[in-house]
Design a protein around this ligand. Structure first.
Ligand code: BMA
Length: 320
């Protein structure tokens, strides 16, 4: 077991995106998904909260992965006319308080297409939706993969055994939330659900959920996940790493005992929800370094760096 082994270095200019950077009034911008495009530039899709509390998704773009410039307008979520009623049923509740509530987007490239998995709020509770995009300005609805009361979905970047795979976190019981997996032949009809991992370590003993699309390594699928610990004044979030089997991705073959990221800095403690670090993207580079993008205190967007080797070693609880 590793004691006091920090593998993460926070970017010294954190936070990298704040409400003041946005082109319109904003009270929080956080929990972003990020992707590195083929031309080497970066796209970030953030959870944006307007002063009236409406949740939207806002895209920002960057050449270095650190300084992001927001688009002038929020992302539009669209569907085919024949899907509208089905979509509205879940996204536009009668009570109105959560109208248009799309949040916590994850960018999941699969076979050259940018899929976006996101949460949809509504009167029935939170539901996962899947969309796709080419310009990160408009997200076209693909499916609602899971039943209501489900969140934190991420797609694997390639098919395994001829099927698409998705990690997710059912909310059947808000306590002891666990990471599950599902598969699909067409990205529309999902099933074959099975549990991958339950809260196991002390720091994550209330619930865990997948953070970002899995990274393929020669040891297996590396996943970063968030974990929650109950404090007297509310939840305290951290992030850990796990290794899943390459061919049977529901099998955990390695798991860090300690968190790789834990609440420490003021921008992680002070915000709309205190004591939250919530990763949403893991971007590996050719030189072995890795960017981890995470939301701080449900308020701002942050960045930390590490290396793929360190993350792999953490999965097997080994020092370098
Ligand atoms: C989770 C999600 C996240 C949020 C976190 C901390 O359940 O709602 O969007 O960052 O709680 O509030």
């Amino acid at each position: 077991m590793i004691e006091n082994y920090d593998v993460i270095k926070r970017y010294e200019g954190n936070p990298i995106l704040t409400p003041d950077d946005m082109p319109v009034p904003c009270c929080a911008v956080y929990n972003s998904g990020v992707v590195r495009l083929e031309d080497g530039t970066f796209v970030m899709m953030s959870r944006f909260e307007a002063p009236n509390k409406k949740q939207m998704v806002w895209t920002s773009r960057s050449t270095d992965g650190i300084k992001f410039i927001p688009d002038p307008e929020p992302v539009k979520f669209v569907c085919k006319p024949e899907e509208q009623e089905y979509y509205d049923e879940v996204t536009m509740p009668n009570s109105g308080h959560l109208i248009g509530s799309w949040y916590d987007p994850r960018i999941c490239p699969v076979e050259g297409i940018y899929y976006i998995s996101y949460c949809v709020g509504g009167d029935f509770g939170c539901r996962i939706a899947l969309g796709k995009t080419t310009d990160f300005k408009t997200v076209e609805f693909v499916s609602f993969p899971m039943h209501i009361s489900n969140r934190n979905a991420v797609l694997f970047p390639e098919k395994i055994g001829g099927e698409y795979w998705m990690l997710h976190r059912p909310q059947a019981n808000d306590k002891n939330g666990s990471i599950w997996i599902a598969s699909s032949y067409d990205l529309e009809r999902w099933g074959n659900c099975r549990i991958v991992a339950k809260p196991e370590n002390y720091w994550e003993n209330t619930k865990i959920g997948p953070a970002a699309p899995p990274i393929k390594t020669d040891k297996g699928w590396l996943i970063v996940y968030h974990g929650v610990f109950p404090h007297t004044n509310g939840y305290n979030y951290g992030a850990g790493v796990m290794m899943l089997d390459l061919n049977e991705p529901w099998k955990v073959i390695g798991r860090s005992k300690d968190p790789i990221l834990y609440v420490k800095e003021p921008y992680e403690m002070i915000g709309q929800v205190p004591n939250v670090v919530f990763p949403g993207a893991v971007i590996p580079f050719e030189d072995g370094t890795v960017n981890i993008y995470y939301g701080g205190a449900d308020y701002v967007q942050c960045l930390a760096t590490t290396t793929l080797d360190d993350l792999i070693n953490m999965c097997f609880n080994e020092k370098k």
